[in-house]
Design a protein around this ligand. Sequence first.
Ligand code: PLP
Length: 396
Amino acid sequence: MHAGVGRPERFDAVPTPIVTTSTYTFADSSELAAHMTGEHADPHREEYGRYGNPTVRALEQRLAALEDPTGKAECAAFGSGMAALTTTLLALLKQGAHVILFRDGYRRTRQFVVKTLAAYGVEHTIVEPGDLAAVEAAIRPETRLVVGESPTNPYLHCTDLAALAALAKARRIKTVVDSTFATPIDLQPLGLGIDLVVHSATKYLAGHHDVLAGAVVGSRALVGLIRDLRGVLGGVLDPHGAFLVARGLKTLAVRVERHDRTAMAVAEMLATHPRVAEVFYPGLVSHPTYAIAQAQMNGFGGVVSFRVKTDPHGQGHDSPLAVTSRVVDGFQLARIAPSLGGVDTLVEQPAIMSYYEMTPEQRAAAGISDDLIRLAVGIEDEADVLADVQRALEAQ
Ligand code: PLP
């Protein structure tokens, strides 16, 4: 609720006011000169909208305080999670550098590393998520970054972040972890030694499926580099968007608690359901990274992925893709949409949503099976969500 919030708020308001201006005036040339030389009495004196905005800065202070209760971290907010991630990687890499990336994770992050950065002469090695022996084996003299997610999208793989940070630090390699699925309520990677935490604030932080935003949190030195590049690349968050994310933060803890509880109930129900082949949720003992999740997280998030049995009656007329689509279409409360982390439950079949452009062989190589469903549990009544899942599974 209050982490990082300055008091008193301007105009004695309760929420942070939205300051809509693209530029800022100076009383005279000497004030301008003081600002430019860093001698101005107010270090947060703004100059131009691409370099800063009071509403955005207030949000950044709150996110920094949430990710790092010791108060040392800084945050830079962006117009989307991808703007945060791409600006971060561009700020820390140069031609000839090498990046280690987890295989499971948001596909646009992978695309940026594998296609865009490669075109600018940055090399990469892809390892299985959390496989620290593979990370170690992939390290070269020019390795600068390890980029991962925990939990990953869509298989919810959790990495032992303290071990990853120790391994990377010993080799002077920086670590970037996308913690969108965890939120600072469930996991605080900086406290485990990770250098930079990235969020798609579009998801849980804002929480209502009504704004795109992103953020990166880490040391003053690293975030300073990223903020400088943001001023060049221009992927800024607008003050209205910042206000919506800041408003979302007020209820983040109660929402995440509810997401986590209902998702756990859904995962447990799916695990015993005769029409379900496999469930992926780090709160279940059956998940391969259950022990890591237990050790480093406070809760396991609102996303549950599962594979349905696509020939439940042994007749096998329809393809696994079609049978799975029927299950997705059987949801009534959950709506079909490609996002997560909001108050409304959303459902998607990755094979025909996020991975639609791939051939079945490419999807198989990426580990995305036709029978996979990703459910992003919202904060509706738990019984309603469970009944919806039950109804959808019976629809096949
Ligand atoms: N990281 C993860 C884990 C995501 O799921 C997403 C979006 O789906 C992103 C990053 C990108 O965020 P945005 O859509 O806000 O650019």
